[in-house]
Design a binder for this molecule. Structure first.
Ligand code: SF4
Ligand code: SF4
Length: 297
């Protein structure tokens, strides 16, 4: 499978998308987005968003100003830093002031850095214009179901908080799905590349994921990544308490195949922490605590 040239051009130095780039280019995440606007049954709010980050890790929270300082400091320490991503610890777009303030500050100082965010998609339609303004050309959306009845989604998301109101059950799942689809379409129309993540939850959406993959292709999502749910009891997530098992490597491979995924592209994908630093697979997040860059001006 070959990617169209314009997409290749955009991702050639993006470590998360390009198999060739991930040994050479580094990315940084800043943990500037603490709040979340939905509840996932595989999440434990004490830790980072399990959409993009391994559950069970807590990142040091930063303000936009601290985040910008950190990015500039790390840019001097880590070779070939090419991407800044905001991936939690909650949802990047549930904290829009913090997320976009960070992008604004970093844009001024490091105009060549690629900007990226990851989101559950609930607020995506609202912020596509803002994303275009900051020249964000990649977004990661976690989408676990495309079932319009809300039946599957309601087993994954007990509630969402939308337009100042809390919605529950199937209605919540339906609103989330509508917003995700609308947001992703709008991104495609505006030339923003979308990677989608789906969490493989045995017994709940495993059989359904090929349908998700099909829908994503229709919309024009350029990469789809299946992530195994991690359901160790110590994470205390709803699914872990309910006894939903972690997905095995075998199950994951089977579902990936059923979804027709391009394995070569996604094999190097790791679930990165909200404060990850460095090459993918090499985690230097712990090295750069607030004290290390406190004196930067
Ligand atoms: Fe947790 Fe992320 Fe889901 Fe929010 S979107 S509930 S932070 S896993
Ligand atoms: Fe890569 Fe995801 Fe981080 Fe973006 S948010 S830099 S795609 S790991």
């Amino acid at each position: 499978k070959f990617m169209p040239e314009d997409i290749q051009e955009k991702i050639h130095n993006h470590p998360c998308y390009s198999e060739g780039a991930h040994h050479h280019y580094a990315r940084i995440h800043v943990a500037v987005a603490p709040a979340c606007n939905i509840q996932c049954n595989y999440c434990n709010r004490k830790y980072d968003c399990s959409n993009e980050s391994r559950p069970g890790v807590t990142s040091e929270r930063l303000s936009p100003e601290e985040s910008a300082k950190k990015v500039m400091f790390v840019g001097g320490e880590v070779q070939r830093l090419s991407v800044l991503g905001i991936a939690g610890p909650g949802d990047a777009l549930a904290n829009p002031e913090k997320t976009f303030k960070t992008f604004e500050l970093v844009r001024e100082k490091a105009p060549d850095l690629k900007l990226c965010l990851s989101t559950n998609g609930l607020e995506l339609p609202k912020f596509v214009d803002e994303m275009v303004k900051y020249d964000i050309d990649h977004v990661t959306v976690t989408i676990n179901s495309v079932d319009t009845t809300g039946e599957i989604g309601s087993q994954i998301y007990p509630w969402i908080f939308y337009n100042n109101k809390r919605y529950y059950g199937k209605e919540a799942a339906q609103i989330l799905l509508e917003r995700q689809l609308e947001g992703m379409k709008k991104c495609v129309e505006n030339g923003i590349l979308i990677k989608a993540n789906s969490v493989l939850i045995p017994g709940i959406n495993d059989k359904h994921l090929p349908e998700v993959a099909k829908k994503l292709k229709e919309i024009g999502v350029f990469l789809h990544n299946i992530m195994p749910i991690i359901s160790e009891p110590e994470y205390g997530t709803k699914f872990a308490l309910d006894g939903i098992p972690s997905a095995t490597d075998q199950e994951q491979m089977e579902v990936q195949e059923a979804c027709g995924m391009d394995m070569k592209l996604m094999q190097h994908c790791r679930q990165c922490r909200a404060d990850a630093v460095g090459l993918i697979g090499e985690d230097r997040g712990q090295e750069f605590t607030k004290d290390t860059f406190a004196n930067m001006t």
